[in-house]
Design a binder for this molecule. Structure first.
Ligand code: HXC
Length: 542
C-alpha cells in the first residue's frame, strides 16, 4: 500500500508520466485546515461570557456533560455543522454552532448509546427547527440501530424568534419519544431549566434525572402562576428536584452534582438491554448462590405489626447486596428498583411496611404499574416481595380515584409476560394480595415464608364482621377476651400460608434463610420462558 501522502496522491505509482501535475490540485492541507477551523469554532460553543456564566452557576457545558457520560474517545458526533435557516431577529448572524445542541453516538461501559446535549450558552439552549431536527434524526437512527437515547436538557424552551417552527419541532420530538417507547430505553437528564411544553419530552421517556439546585421543570413558571392564581412560589419550590422527586413523581433520580448524576445514569444503563429485542445484560457474580439470608428468619419471629424497611431484605437477597432504587422519595410505601440475582438483572417491586404500613394507595399503584410496564417492555424479570395489609382507606383516596389508579397495578401485572416470581413475607390481605403478582394474575412462582398471613382481611377486621352480634351481646368485662379468642381461631385457620398453599395459590412455603437460592433457581428456570403474544394493544386505565 502506498502512503496517502501528497506525492502519492499526485503521482500514481504506475504512471509513465512522473512529472507532478501543475497547480490544479489544491494542497490537501488547506482543506483540512479549513475543516479543523470550522470544527473547533463549532466545538467552542457559545461566547466566553456565556460559558463563564454557566460555570458560575456550577453547571457543566454541553460537551463536558457528554464527556462525563461516555467512554473516553467513543463519541461520534453527528450534525456538528448544522445551522439555523432562520433569518429573523438576526439569528443567522449570531452563528449558533450546531444550532445549540450537540448530538451523536458513543459508548457507556463499552455498550452503544445515542446522546443529545442542549447548549445553554447559545441562545439559552432554546429549541429552533434545525435543533429539533438534529434531535429527531438522532432518535430515528437510535431506534433503527436499537440503542438507548440519553437526552441532556438545559434549555429556555421553544426558540421564541422561530415562532411556530419551534413548536412543530417539539411535536416531532414528542412523536418520536412515543414511537420509541418500549423499543429502546429513553433517559432524560435535566440539568437546567425545562419549561413550558418542553417538559413533556422528558415525561414521555422512561427515567428522569435531576440535579439538586440547578434543575427546574414546570409547565408555567412562578410569574405566570402568580398572575393566574395569585400564588407566590419560587422556582425551586415550584419545580425543583425535591418537588419532582417527592411530590409529583416526575423525577426518578436526584443527584447532588452533575458528575454524580452521570455516574448514576451509567449505573442505570448497566441494568438495561439496548433494545426490546435483547435480554438484559447478565454478568458473572462471585456472590454465592447458597448465601443464607438470616434476616428472613428474624422477620418470621418478629411481631407482625412491627414496621421494618423492606430495603434491608432487598439488600440481603441481591447479588453483592447491590440495589439501584428507582423513585426513592416518591410513594415510599412501595419500593422499586433493579438488582441482580445469580448475575441476572431482576426488577423488584416490594411493599414497604415502614411507610403507611406498606398499604397500596394511588401514588404507589402508579409508581409500581409504570415500572412493571417498563420491565415487561425490556425483558426484565420481576420479583415481587409482598407485605401488604390492603388499600389505604379514606375519602381522599376514594375521591382521588384509587379505583382507577389501583386498577393500573392489576392491569400491569396481568399484562406482563416476563418471568414473575413473588415471595410473601408477611401480610397479604384482600384485593391487595391479588394485586401483588398473585397466581391468578399469572405469577409463575408464588412463594411464601412460613410466617405469612394470607387472607381476605386481617383477623381484627374479620371477627368484627363475622361475629358482630356475639361481640355486641358479650358482657363488657368478657368482650376483650372473646375478641382475642375469636381472632386467634381466625388466625389459626386463615392467617397462615397453609390454606393458600393447599389450594395451589401459593406454590411453595419456603425455608426463609434459603430464599436467595430459591429465587435464583426460579429465575434461572424461567430464563427462556415463552412469552405469550398479547394480540395487540389493550386499554390500560389511565
Ligand atoms: C430564545 C432564549 C429563550 C427562548 C432564553 N433565551 N430562553 N432565546 N428563546 N425560549 C436566551 C436569552 O435571550 C439569552 O440570550 C440567553 O438565552 C440566556 O437567557 P437568560 O434569560 O439570560 O438566562 P437566565 O437568567 O438564566 O434565565 C433562563 C430562563 C429565561 C429562565 C430559561 O431565559 C426564560 O425565562 N426564558 C424563557 C422561557 C420560556 O418562556 N420559554 C418558552 C416556554 S414555552 P442572550 O442573547 O442574551 O445570550 C415552550 C413551549 C414548548 O417552550 C411547547 C412544546 C409543545
Amino acid at each position: 500500500m502506498p502512503d496517502l501522502n501528497e506525492d502519492a496522491i499526485r503521482t500514481p505509482q504506475n504512471s509513465a508520466d512522473k512529472k507532478p501535475h501543475p497547480k490544479k490540485i489544491r494542497p490537501v492541507s488547506e482543506s483540512i485546515t479549513k475543516y479543523r477551523t470550522l470544527r473547533s469554532q463549532a466545538e467552542a460553543g457559545g461566547p466566553p461570557e456565556r460559558i463563564e456564566a454557566q460555570k458560575k452557576r456550577g453547571k457543566l457545558t454541553a460537551r463536558e456533560r457528554i464527556a462525563y457520560l461516555l467512554d473516553e474517545g467513543s463519541f461520534q458526533e453527528v450534525g456538528l455543522l448544522v445551522q439555523s435557516r432562520c433569518t429573523d431577529f438576526g439569528i443567522k448572524d449570531k452563528g449558533i454552532q450546531g444550532d445549540g445542541v450537540v448530538t451523536g453516538f458513543g459508548k457507556v461501559n463499552g455498550r452503544p448509546v445515542a446522546v443529545f446535549s442542549q447548549d445553554f450558552t447559545q441562545l439559552g439552549g432554546s429549541l429552533g427547527l434545525a435543533h429539533a431536527r438534529k434531535i429527531a434524526s438522532m432518535m430515528d437512527m437510535a431506534r433503527d440501530a436499537g440503542v438507548p437515547v440519553v437526552g441532556i436538557l438545559d434549555s429556555g424552551g421553544a426558540r421564541i424568534q422561530e415562532g411556530v417552527d419551534s413548536l412543530d419541532g417539539y411535536g416531532e420530538i414528542f412523536y418520536r419519544n412515543t414511537q420509541a417507547s418500549g423499543k429502546i430505553p429513553q433517559i432524560s437528564v435535566i440539568v437546567g431549566p425545562c419549561a413550558g411544553g418542553a417538559v413533556y419530552s422528558p415525561a414521555l421517556t422512561d427515567f428522569v434525572f435531576m440535579v439538586k439546585g440547578i434543575s427546574n421543570m414546570f409547565v408555567t413558571g412562578p410569574e405566570v402562576v402568580k398572575a393566574a392564581t395569585g400564588e407566590e412560589v419560587d422556582f425551586e419550590t415550584l419545580g425543583g428536584s425535591h418537588t419532582h422527586a417527592s411530590k409529583s413523581g416526575v423525577c426518578h433520580f436526584v443527584a447532588n452534582s452533575e458528575p454524580d448524576c452521570f455516574r448514576q445514569v451509567k449505573e442505570l444503563l448497566s441494568f438495561l438491554p439496548c433494545n426490546s429485542s435483547e435480554p438484559a445484560p447478565a454478568i458473572e457474580t462471585k456472590d454465592s448462590h447458597d448465601r443464607k439470608v438470616p434476616l428472613l428468619e428474624k422477620l418470621c419471629e418478629m411481631d407482625p405489626r412491627k414496621p421494618y424497611r423492606v430495603h434491608h431484605i432487598v439488600w440481603w437477597l441481591a447479588d453483592d447486596h447491590k440495589f439501584m432504587e428507582v423513585h426513592h422519595d416518591y410513594a415510599k410505601n412501595i419500593v422499586i428498583g433493579f438488582i441482580r440475582l445469580g448475575g441476572q438483572v431482576v426488577g423488584v417491586i416490594a411493599n414497604n411496611p415502614s411507610h403507611m404500613a406498606g398499604a397500596l394507595d394511588i401514588n404507589a399503584s402508579d409508581k409500581a404499574a409504570r415500572f412493571i410496564r417498563f420491565l415487561n417492555c425490556f425483558n426484565i424479570p420481576i420479583l415481587t416481595l409482598v407485605d401488604v395489609p390492603g388499600y389505604w382507606p379514606g375519602v381522599a383516596q376514594e375521591h382521588g380515584g384509587i379505583i382507577r389508579h389501583g386498577a393500573k397495578l392489576l392491569y400491569a401485572y396481568s399484562e406482563a409476560t416476563v418471568p414473575k416470581v413473588s415471595l410473601v413475607l408477611r401480610k397479604a390481605y384482600g384485593g391487595a394480595y391479588i394485586a401483588m403478582s398473585s397466581k391468578y394474575l399469572r405469577g409463575d412462582f408464588n412463594f411464601s415464608l412460613p410466617s405469612a398471613e394470607i387472607a381476605v382481611m386481617g383477623p381484627r377486621g374479620a371477627i368484627e364482621i363475622l361475629y358482630s352480634r356475639q361481640i355486641k351481646e358479650a358482657k363488657d368485662e368478657e368482650r376483650d377476651e372473646l375478641k382475642a379468642r375469636l381472632a386467634k381461631e381466625y388466625s389459626d385457620k386463615f392467617a397462615s400460608p397453609y390454606q393458600t398453599a393447599s389450594t395451589g395459590s401459593i406454590d411453595e412455603v419456603i425455608e426463609p434463610a434459603s430464599a436467595r437460592a430459591t429465587l435464583i433457581d426460579a429465575f434461572q428456570l424461567l430464563r427462556n420462558k415463552k412469552r405469550r403474544d398479547s394480540g395487540g394493544p389493550g386499554n390500560i386505565p389511565l
